[in-house]
Design a protein around this ligand. Structure first.
Ligand SMILES: Nc1ncnc2c1ncn2[C@@H]1O[C@H](COP(=O)(O)OP(=O)(O)OP(=O)(O)O)[C@@H](O)[C@H]1O
Length: 775
């Protein structure tokens, strides 16, 4: 016992010593930043006293410095709990070259850096943080995590350590260092720093991070990015970067960190031009704090696939049968017909009566076009595939031609010049006549996507436009769904397609004011003083923007063909990062979606990456989910879980089954289980139910507090909780043709504990294990 206590004291004092070392460094960083602020303030003050200093360029440069220093201090003081989070201790490199960040560039150690007796000296120590800081002599005090010199912090492994001897994660809050965790990359080595042996503290940072309680916001993983993830984050942004990996392998985290990395690499190119497409508003809300925590605010648009069309936000879900039709590329034909057909249906009612016959007076004569003629003219105008709203001038011209012919005025002159003059005064006469203007508006109204979609809610209309494409049952269901007030997630892709087919009326562009500060690289991020203008500018850009420079698609396996077309339109000239897992796809026909994806991406070459380690689920939960994976996608390997907790999933049943708890009803059982789990974990509890039980499940949990939430199976996508309750695997699996894959998603949401509640339909065995989860 005494020996144990002695050992613990020694460990504690080694830890305190190392914390003190890092505290000294952090103090030095803050001192340097304050110095920079003072310098900048002095410059500012001095400049304003003297009124004018130097050229506009020099002035702008000085302002930029002030802003940069200001924003650094602001961020350091307010936002980051762990501004400085890493350190690497490195061997001497192969050559003595330094990069722009002041660090040596060599990745491999110099020959002789390790002595024959397995000892070595540390030649360089680098601290890694969210932004870079240089000291007065341009030596790096902190290296930005995205800089090349920081890469070994993420890439080095004991198998391939490069120059790294020790990797340290530093935990701090505000200006205080709280702890350090070390991983030795060359454990066989005794390394010396300043003549003293290099100590190693703790059991490693990754495990510490994974064990933490979850909240309703995702955390960044900047201090513990793993080597296979780092390769994706830093992959060059050429064409398409395609990332596959099972649940919990960090795909979402990697996608977000990649956005921050790309901005760092080429801010000018990407600022404001990165779009992240996420499957649900819940996942947007869960992930949107990550980029600001990495120092990137307002530069990247994260949007749910149901909010990609400006001004509309869809949260409703269609039934699987309707979703299947609306998502399919069969809808293309239907929409093209609807866009043309809607011209006729919108001419029903009062406006319709006005559009059945055209009567005008020209050159003192009454001219009249009857319904039949008008129909023929419309058909002629609609020939081809041009957007319907753009065809109005053509239709107008055809009307005038027909009236001109009827007037007989064409025969009055042989001289072509005189004839042309006569014709133009004829046209002017008619087109300024109120009757004609009213007629044209009623006969060829400007169609809106929303209007056409409502017209498709009429079963007769839809039946006509979908002839030989959808069967009558499909027509009935789709039309009924379109009569609903609220739009569904799948309606948004239809609206976007209609927008393309109809052609948007050209909006006048606002003229931009010239701003010399825009000339400075990276200035967009710097301006506490000009915050207002910056925000306005970001909003304007977002409004004007219809295309992006880089598009990141999260949970890409779920995009339907129609959604791929919608997303594709936003990245026609973009580079792409696509992350997904086919085994989690809720779309019934993955081959059709893959074909639509390939069409959206064109022939761009792809770089493929696979992530293989599950950082979310302990092995006890991952093993259970693997049983469903084997049913859903036989032969697909599950990612290997990186840790285990010793807590097996728990099975309970409703009714009088052996493992039932607290009463009979599903409501009672789930509520009691939720309360039990809230006691056992510090963070969140998610209750996943079949989609049609969503509202009911929210009621079951009322009063249990904010740490617990109910969600439908499709909403669980991408989210995670300390503990989850999956209610009736059979109900979830039977919901749709992709039900087993959706169940696989539901079972892989927990970081610590999982309870599965079965109803009669699940056919639980004596232990409460439902048939879908048995060996
Ligand atoms: N290197 C890492 N260090 C610490 N935590 C990590 C790391 N990689 C992933 N995680 C954590 O693992 C969890 C799963 O990550 P993420 O949600 O990105 O996975 P995913 O592959 O998108 O999962 P899914 O396919 O199920 O949506 C998150 O809590 C994330 O923070």
């Amino acid at each position: 016992m005494a020996a144990q206590a002695q050992h613990e004291t020694a460990v504690d004092s080694a830890r305190s010593r190392e914390i003190a070392v890092e505290q000294d460094h952090l103090d030095a960083v803050y001192r340097r930043l304050e110095e920079k602020i003072h310098e900048a303030e002095f410059l500012m003050d001095d400049a304003s006293k003297r009124g004018q200093v130097g050229t506009p360029g020099a002035l702008a440069e000085r302002d930029a410095q002030v802003f940069r220093a200001g924003i650094h201090l602001n961020r350091l003081n307010n936002e980051f709990e762990d501004f400085l989070f890493g350190r690497i201790d490195l061997l001497l490199g192969k050559d003595g070259k330094k990069g722009p960040d002041g660090a040596y560039t060599a990745v491999e150690p110099a020959e002789g850096a390790v002595r024959a007796d397995h000892t070595a000296d540390i030649a360089e120590t680098l601290h890694i943080g969210r932004i870079g800081v240089l000291d007065a002599d341009y030596a790096p005090l902190v290296i930005d995590w995205r800089a090349p010199a920081a890469a070994p912090f993420y890439r080095s492994t004991p198998v391939d350590p490069g120059r790294v001897v020790r990797r340290r994660v530093i935990r701090s809050k505000g200006r205080k260092v709280l702890g350090v965790e070390d991983d030795l990359m060359r454990p066989e080595l005794t390394a010396y720093l300043g003549g003293e042996a290099l100590p190693a503290i703790g059991d490693g940072a990754l495990m510490a991070a994974l064990g933490q309680a979850r909240s309703h916001s995702m955390r960044d993983i900047v201090s513990s990015i793993q080597a296979e993830q780092d390769l994706v984050i830093r992959a060059p942004a050429a064409s398409v970067t395609y990332v596959e990996g099972g649940p919990g392998t960090g795909k979402t985290a990697v996608a977000l960190h990649r956005a921050a990395y790309l901005l760092y690499q080429d801010r000018r190119r990407y600022a404001g031009g990165i779009l992240i497409v996420s499957p649900t508003p819940l996942l947007v809300a869960y992930t949107e704090g990550v980029l600001p925590s990495l120092g990137e605010e307002g530069q990247v648009a994260i949007r749910a696939v149901g909010s990609l069309v400006d001004g509309v936000e869809a949260t409703e879900y269609d039934s699987p049968a309707v979703a299947r039709v609306k998502g399919s590329s069969r809808m293309l034909k239907v929409l093209r017909k609807a866009a043309r057909g809607a011209l006729e249906t919108t001419t029903g009612g009062t406006a319709g009566a006005a559009a059945e016959r055209l009567r005008v007076v020209a050159f003192g004569r009454r001219l009249e076009l009857e319904a039949d003629q008008l129909r023929r003219i419309r058909q002629a105008a609609l020939g081809g595939t041009a957007p319907v709203n753009h065809l109005r001038p053509r239709a107008r011209k055809l009307l005038l031609d027909a009236l001109w012919e009827q007037s007989g005025a064409g025969n009055r002159h042989d001289d072509p010049e005189l004839a042309a003059e006569l014709r133009s005064s004829f046209d002017e006469d008619i087109t300024t006549e109120d009757d004609f203007i009213r007629f044209l508006d009623a006969w060829w109204p400007e169609l809106t996507p929303r209007g056409v979609l409502s017209a498709m809610g009429d079963e007769k209309n839809l039946g006509r436009w979908a002839r030989r494409v959808l069967n009558p049952g499909e027509v009935r269901k789709v039309a009924r769904s379109l009569r609903r007030e609220a739009l569904s997630v799948h309606d948004i892709a239809l609206l976007d397609e209609l927008n393309a087919v109809l052609g948007a009326p050209a909006r006048p562009r606002k003229k931009r004011e010239y701003d010399p500060l825009d000339q400075l690289t990276g200035l967009e991020e710097l301006m506490p003083v000009r915050e207002e203008t910056q925000r306005e500018r970001a909003e304007r850009l977002a409004q004007e923007r219809t295309e992006y420079t880089h598009v990141i698609v999260d949970e890409a396996q779920d995009l339907t063909p129609m959604q791929w077309r919608m997303v594709g339109r936003r990245g026609r000239h973009a580079t792409w990062t696509i992350v997904g897992d086919p085994a989690q796809s809720s779309w019934s026909d993955p081959d059709e979606a893959a074909a639509a994806r390939d069409e959206a991406l064109g022939s761009r070459p792809r770089r493929r990456f696979t992530l293989t380690v599950n950082y979310r689920n302990p092995s006890e939960i991952a093993d259970l989910a693997a049983k469903v994976l084997a049913l859903a996608m036989p032969g697909t390997p599950s990612p290997s879980a990186v840790r285990s907790t010793g807590v097996e999933p728990r099975f309970v049943t409703t009714g009088k089954g052996r493992r039932s708890v607290a009463g009979d009803s599903l409501a009672d059982v789930v509520r009691a289980e939720a309360a039990r789990l809230l006691d056992r974990v510090d963070g969140t509890v998610g209750v996943v139910v079949a989609m049609n039980r969503r509202a009911e499940a929210a009621r079951w949990l009322s009063g249990l507090g904010e740490r617990v939430v109910a969600l439908g199976s499709l909403e669980a996508k991408g989210l995670e909780y300390d503990a989850t309750i999956v209610v009736s695997p059979a109900e979830i699996a039977d919901e749709s043709p992709a039900g087993l894959r959706v169940l696989y998603v539901a079972l892989t949401r927990a970081t610590q504990q999982l309870t599965v509640v079965s109803g009669a339909r699940d056919e639980p065995d004596a232990q409460g294990v439902p048939d879908l989860l048995r060996d």
